[in-house]
Ligand binder design. Sequence first.
Ligand SMILES: O=C(O)CCC(=O)C(=O)O
Ligand SMILES: [Fe+2]
Length: 359
Amino acid sequence: MAPAAVVVSDRPDFLVTAEEPKSLQSIFIRDEDERPKVAYNQFSKDIPVISLSGIEGAERGRVIDEVSKACSEWGLFQVVDHGVPKELVDSMTRLSRDFFALPAEEKLKYDMRGGEPGGFVVSSHLQGESVFDWRELCIYFSYPLHQRDYSRWPVKPDGWREIVEKYSEALMGLACNMLAIVSEALGLESDAVTKACVEMDQKVVVNFYPKCPEPDMTLGLKRHTDPVTITLLLQDQVGGLQATKDDGKNWITVEPIEGAFVVNLGDHMHYLSNGKFKSADHQAVVNSNSSRLSIATFHNPAPEGIVYPLDGVVKEAEGEKCFMEEPITYAQMYSRKMSRDIELARQKKMAKVAEQEKS
Ligand SMILES: O=C(O)CCC(=O)C(=O)O
Ligand SMILES: [Fe+2]
């Protein structure tokens, strides 16, 4: 039964109904070149798995070397022995699943389609998408603390709010530790990246990908790079996160590792490193056997934070050039990226219409 909510866009209210759909609505069908090329459960071991055990002591040098290599090649790696308590991760996962199992009416109390800061939405919180993603999501704007708006934090299931608070704090700690390692991997002081972020902003995005009737025709989350500095992603054991390091020619499915976080560098980090470190190029695929849960925790600078290669990264004496013409703010970087994405999608759609009219 459809919920009694005011539909303010053509975005569907929810994906999961009592009756599972037998086929995909056309709004979810991707062009052939965007569809999955590798199975959701054909796992690859190419993405490095790095143990953080001993990073405050004798192991720091090893971790820096491994992170440096992974960031130059993929902008992506997994970490284990990261110190985030297992019970916290387990509670966060269980309560997240419980949230998506709530009736649509309950989830839609936090409907984000009117542009509200946080809550529930289907497909994406971004405007202007021409094809929808096969996902439901719940977003928590968690940092800076003085901007936290608890009226957008779901009260159900019981106890989730408190767990999200603890989880977001633990992940802010891990993100700062990882950014210290990344700074050192660039040959800089450990606080170089966090200083460039001024005041760190954090968003916890809980992604739920229901079973999909025609998973080969669609994506759970289209190909993208995260705009942020660093993302910490927790995924369940189903599989579906895919990455490419050669502009989409070859894709791999990241092997789910119990209790690990996938660490993703975003565009901001790519710019700070003068392109030495990649912004991970990735997507999420879905399947018809089981639903999947992932929790992406994004960390980025304040809107006025400066996007420009960090002092000391560009080795001019070695003939290296700065690859940005001028510093811009993070807000500018973000809005340019969004307009570029929308423009590319528009051009693609027009080319497709022109092609159809010819034939
Ligand atoms: O679900 C996943 O594995 C990927 C999620 C992701 O890339 C994102 O939320 O930006
Ligand atoms: Fe992402």
